[in-house]
Design a protein around this ligand. Structure first.
Ligand SMILES: [Zn+2]
Length: 306
């Protein structure tokens, strides 16, 4: 019997507060947690005393802060820095994205984990699906990725864009043969900016995204080749929100992020992961694909112990 083929699916849900996820009814994520492994950590950055970002793509001017010794990472708790950290496995002082302006990204030096995988393993195929077009425009998830599906959530509307992104990813997982896939959903963030994370609309956005995740997992399980595949699934977010909605600053509500990991068909016991960080997502995906992390890459993250 041949070795199983390793596959990875990473799903990002923008601005999803873990405490709200636990409080709300999200059956697919709850199931992934109960048979997987998960935990939270706090982003090692945030800008105190600055205006909070009011929409996902808005750039708020930064206020410089004096360093206090050690490695000081100067960045807002915004989407650009968060997704860039998830993609690259390094923090904003290395990848260069410190707000949603993407002024000096270092994605040539620190490419995303999908591009790393395709470079390390010629023949491996990677795909990415976004409703936040900036992630493609600025190369956060770069052109080396075999298949990129990009929508503009601002133009299409975030809920509608997420639906199209999910449907495209579902079809791709069912009909194509990607080894590593990233899917971004953004409506949770949009709703939290408008109304905060404590309203019924936020619950509805989360539940829509939870249902999309369920459809992606169903598509994977229905693949004819699924019995010979070993799927690692990771779900994460880029930042939280203050209770009234908005982020960028240093509060626990803005800095708390989560990683949920699962292996389809295996029971990892619903056990806690000790402070999984955004920079660990890429290395974990690479490890699951059998791609060793090269120390020369200078990554900040390490593979999670699943
Ligand atoms: Zn965000």
């Amino acid at each position: 019997m041949s070795a199983s083929r390793s596959k990875v699916l990473v799903v990002g849900m923008d601005g999803l507060r873990f405490d709200r996820l636990l409080a709300l009814d999200a059956p697919v994520l709850a199931g992934l947690m109960s048979t997987g492994a998960y935990g939270t950590s706090k982003l090692p950055y945030g800008e105190a005393g600055t205006p909070r970002t009011e929409s996902p793509g808005e750039v708020v001017p930064k206020t410089p802060e004096p360093g206090d010794g050690g490695r000081v990472i100067r960045s807002r708790t915004d989407s650009g820095p968060g997704w860039s950290s998830i993609a690259t496995g390094v923090w904003p002082d290395k990848h260069g994205v410190v707000d949603n302006g993407f002024e000096s990204p270092q994605f040539q030096k620190f490419p995303d984990f999908l591009s790393r995988a395709t470079t390390a393993r010629p023949g491996l195929t990677a795909s990415a699906f976004f409703s936040w077009a900036a992630l493609a425009e600025h190369g956060t998830f770069g052109p080396a990725i075999d298949h990129r599906f990009v929508l503009d959530g601002y133009a299409v509307g975030w809920a509608a864009a997420d639906k199209q992104v999910a449907e495209a990813a579902e079809r791709h997982l069912a009909e194509e043969d990607p080894d590593a896939t990233f899917v971004y959903l953004g409506d949770t963030d949009e709703v939290a900016h408008d109304l905060g994370p404590h309203c019924p609309e936020y619950a509805a956005a989360l539940q829509a995204q939870d249902a999309y995740l369920g459809r992606l997992l169903d598509a994977v399980r229905a693949r004819p080749s699924y019995p010979g595949e070993r799927w690692t699934v990771l779900v994460t977010t880029d930042h939280g929100h203050v209770d009234e909605g908005g982020h960028g600053g240093t509060s626990d509500e803005e800095r708390t992020v989560f990683v949920i990991a699962g292996r389809l068909g295996e029971d990892l016991g619903g056990r806690p992961l000790a402070a999984p960080r955004l920079v660990d997502v890429g290395p974990t995906a690479l490890a699951a694909l059998g791609v060793p992390v090269d120390p020369a890459w200078d990554l900040d993250g390490t593979p999670l112990d699943l």
